[in-house]
Ligand binder design. Structure first.
Ligand SMILES: Nc1ncnc2c1ncn2[C@@H]1O[C@H](COP(=O)(O)OP(=O)(O)O)[C@@H](O)[C@H]1O
Ligand SMILES: [Mg+2]
Length: 256
């Protein structure tokens, strides 16, 4: 099972958009079984994917429970072959600085993921991280074997990269298996500045993956609550997400 944390300390860079669309494409086009973990207290992935009468434990419960029973936390979604470990507002209360003294166990997500791996239940686990380094993101980086960095190509995001890479590097001390899959430029549009910014990214010595073009169809998708391959299958972003998923299935190398 490939467990991928989608991480950026900035909000609004398409972490959630990427999580739900990649999950949908893996499941529908490639018949993969996918678990989405919503690690953000804003719960956008949960709202997007979950059926209305959501009844299960959440990631916050998992990180606080004494003992974990893996079936308790995962629910089916509107999408075939995509299950969800929901987020909740309570994730906001799980302060990383208090982890040492509180009963929050960041390793519980790793234990859950390992349990599913032993059962052979999923091919992919995608973790939608919050835009901050919190207990939930620490849990994500501990559970993951790969990190994907969705990035919007503006100067603020580029400046945030050094800090982000530093945080990920710190996590390698406790999870040496963690591999950087690369940066995924999102909301891409053709102009000299964007193309220059993509070149700047290469200086970080990370693979720069298949960029996702900017299109209003993505905002439409958030209202339609259906992934792009259903709501706007011919849109530029749907085409690009499909190309990115093919790249991901080839291992994620920078092969265009
Ligand atoms: N390719 C795209 N083109 C246009 N808008 C996009 C694209 N990807 C994401 N967006 C929009 O950007 C906003 C932030 O996306 P979101 O996935 O919520 O970011 P994050 O999870 O990183 O905070 C949303 O309004 C979304 O509709
Ligand atoms: Mg989000």
């Amino acid at each position: 099972m490939r467990t991928i944390a989608l991480m950026n300390l900035k909000g609004g860079v398409a972490k959630t958009t990427t999580t739900v669309n990649v999950a949908a494409i893996l499941a529908r086009d490639h018949e993969k079984r996918v678990l989405v973990v919503d690690a953000d207290s804003q719960c956008n992935a949960t709202e997007f994917l979950a059926d209305d009468d959501l009844q299960s434990g959440t990631l916050a419960d998992l990180l606080r429970d004494e003992d974990i029973r893996i079936k308790r936390y995962v629910v089916p979604t509107k999408l075939d072959n995509v299950d969800l470990l929901p987020g909740s507002e309570e994730l906001m209360d799980l302060d990383l600085t208090k982890v040492e003294t509180s009963d929050v166990r960041v390793s519980h997500l790793q234990e859950l993921v390992s349990g599913f791996e032993r059962l052979g239940q999923y091919d992919f686990c995608l973790i939608d991280c919050p835009p901050a380094f919190s207990a939930a993101s620490a849990a994500a980086l501990l559970a993951a074997n790969e990190v994907l960095i969705p990035i919007k190509l503006d100067a603020f995001s580029l400046r945030g990269m050094t800090n982000l890479l530093c945080q990920i590097d710190n996590m390698r001390a406790i999870n040496p298996a963690l591999r950087l899959l690369g940066c995924l430029p999102t909301m891409w549009y053709p102009c000299a500045r964007t193309i220059q910014a993509e070149r700047t990214l290469l200086l970080y010595d990370l693979p720069v993956l298949h960029h996702i073009r900017r299109t209003d169809k993505v905002d439409d998708m958030t209202y339609a609550q259906r992934p792009l391959i259903e709501s706007s299958p011919r849109s530029a972003a749907a085409v690009d997400y499909r190309a990115f998923v093919r790249q991901l299935l080839r291992g994620g190398a920078s092969d265009g």
